[in-house]
Ligand binder design. Structure first.
Ligand code: 16G
Ligand code: MG
Length: 544
């Protein structure tokens, strides 16, 4: 692994011998001018970091480079900076910081990020000093930052601005260049927990996943079997490049055909997981034959949804809820074979289809918890269990295994005398190795899902038939100030403005199997509406 120093780092060592002891504010100021903030612009570190038009982000990137160095010094760990705007249009971009174990940035630091981003140039110094003081950042401590970016035309230049910020504070860095968001999260975790994870290279990531996939599916594929083929819509994004690299390591029994690989279409335009989920139809650029299993990644490959058209030409979506159900059913079956009483739960948000919740609780007898929208909330809740399966309906999710559960499973996979139990434990062990536990990962999730379907001998139709989604509708509405809406109970109830919840309750009562909520978006200046009911017509009317 090489560590790169930019010319700025060299500049620092010449200009300020004392860089590791105190901040070189002259250099910070000099480079702040080169990464000037457009006047009057205010941004907020939201659910998934900063996101806006790429042309307004140069100063944000530079300042996030600065902040990443302080966070790295404070945590005495490697910190990640990912340049991406996920499923947003190509003209947008964004950035988020990744904390030591590959998780989202701590909330108090989100506030510093917002404050630093909106500061005028002459205030930067004070804010940096304040953060150091409040968080007891030791400037003597070394800082190491890993950086990644998606395929947007603006990403390369913006990640250079991050590097400027890192270097001006004397931080060292490694630029992974083009990677998926979950790959960068995984790399951060590798750097900080080297005894548990493989080497912090993208190649090692492929090898680890491929090995686990081959081991897990050993019994599923027999020689002479026909291929299991899967069509993947890569949203014209980074997922195409990285899935292609992954594919070289996979067994030939799994035939992956990639579409929207970025050579023709525009990123996220009429394709990708968000498009498919929101519009409930197949993406452009892919020919969907009846009953063919297809899936869509989003622009930075941290979400995946499956879909197919049935023989009558009807579109079927298998979203994050269906994925959570498939995975948790599989895990529960293995756990009962192993004969272990490990706690397992599924974590969802208010967007989870009512049918999925009912199926999990009533048929599968798996406890379900509902939390606020946003990966960090799901991740946190899932950590409370030996096995926490979390998915947002939009297709972002993963499975977390507690340290104790991993140890127990690995021990059984080696030492258990009963053949059947040992084999089940081995399958659990391979599932642990196949899943990216740092964050939702489209490539890793795809492999987990394909392995389970192959092992169960399931077609996409079998999987879909586990339960039937209630018809639902999502709308977004522009209002003067979305912040007047305040919610409680994991966003399922409105507490302000007064009277609104009563009105919603009154409407919901008019329909069967109905449910509805409104919440202010954390990523766009809109209010979101969700409604479900017994028929599509009723769900639509209720939402409107
Ligand atoms: C972000 C979140 C996603 C959430 C979505 C909600 C992360 C990494 N991503 O994309 O989890 O579902 O925002 O957006 O946290 P909204 O608040 O605009 O509905
Ligand atoms: Mg994404």
């Amino acid at each position: 692994m090489h560590i790169y120093y930019s010319d700025l780092a060299a500049f620092n060592s010449i200009c300020t011998v004392s860089i590791f002891v105190e901040m070189d504010f002259d250099a910070v100021a000099k480079y702040s001018v080169l990464h000037a903030k457009p006047s009057g612009l205010t941004l907020q570190y939201g659910t998934a970091g900063f996101r806006t038009k790429a042309e307004n982000l140069d100063h944000v990137m530079y300042r996030m480079g600065l902040l990443a160095v302080l966070r790295s010094k404070q945590t005495k760990s490697t910190i990640g900076v990912m340049v991406t705007a996920s499923h947003n249009p190509e003209e947008d971009n964004g950035v988020k910081l990744v904390d030591p174990l590959g998780e989202m940035l701590a909330p108090s630091w989100e506030e510093y990020a917002t404050c630093l981003t909106n500061a005028e140039e002459q205030e930067i110094q004070t804010i940096l000093s304040d953060v150091c003081q409040k968080e007891a950042v030791s400037l003597h401590q070394d800082a190491f930052i890993v950086i990644g970016r998606d395929t947007r035309p603006s990403s390369k230049k913006l990640s250079q601005a991050v590097i400027d910020g890192v270097s001006v504070l004397g931080g060292q860095y490694h630029d992974y260049g083009l990677v998926t968001t979950p790959q960068l999260h995984y790399m951060v975790c590798c750097w900080n927990t080297q005894e548990h994870y493989e080497k912090a290279t993208v190649e090692a990531y492929y090898q680890k996943l491929a090995k686990a996939f081959v081991e897990l599916t050993k019994q599923a594929f027999s020689p002479g079997d026909s291929h299991r083929s899967l069509k993947v819509d890569c949203a014209n994004g980074i997922g195409a490049l990285k899935l292609q690299e992954m594919e070289c390591h996979l067994p030939r029994e799994l035939l992956i055909q990639m579409y929207n690989n970025g050579t023709k279409g525009k990123l996220n335009h009429l394709c990708g997981a968000d498009f498919v989920k929101v519009h409930q139809k197949p993406p452009q650029g892919i020919e969907v034959k009846p009953n063919e299993r297809c899936c869509s990644f989003d622009g930075d490959a941290d979400r995946i949804v499956y879909f197919y058209n049935d023989a009558a030409g009807h579109f079927h979506l298998l979203d994050g809820d269906k994925i959570a159900t498939l995975i948790s059913t599989f895990l529960k079956e293995l756990l009962s074979k192993v004969g272990q009483t490990l706690t397992m739960a599924v974590v969802q948000t208010a967007y989870a289809n009512g049918s999925s919740t009912r199926y999990l609780e009533e048929t599968m007898k798996v406890p379900v918890h509902c939390v606020k929208t946003g990966v960090k909330h799901l991740h946190q809740k899932a950590q409370e269990f030996d096995i926490g399966v979390y998915f947002e309906a939009n297709g972002h999710g993963t499975v977390l295994f507690s340290k104790a559960a991993v140890e127990k499973i690995r021990h059984l996979a080696k030492e258990e005398k009963d053949n059947q139990k040992r084999e089940a434990a081995k399958m659990l062990e391979n599932t642990i190795d196949l899943i990216n536990q740092t964050v939702g990962d489209a490539i890793s999730d795809l492999l987990v899902i394909e392995a389970i379907l192959a092992l169960k001998g399931f077609t996409v139709h079998h999987w879909d038939a586990m339960y039937t989604d209630l018809p639902n509708r999502q709308l977004k509405i522009k209002v003067a100030d979305r912040r007047v809406i305040d919610t409680a109970d994991a966003e399922r109830r409105v507490v302000a403005p007064p009277g609104l919840q009563e009105k919603i309750d009154g409407l919901v009562k008019k329909y069967k199997l109905s449910r509805a909520f409104v919440r202010p978006s954390g990523t766009e200046d809109v209010v979101r509406v969700y409604a479900e009911a017994d028929t599509q017509e009723n769900a639509d009317t209720l939402a409107h």
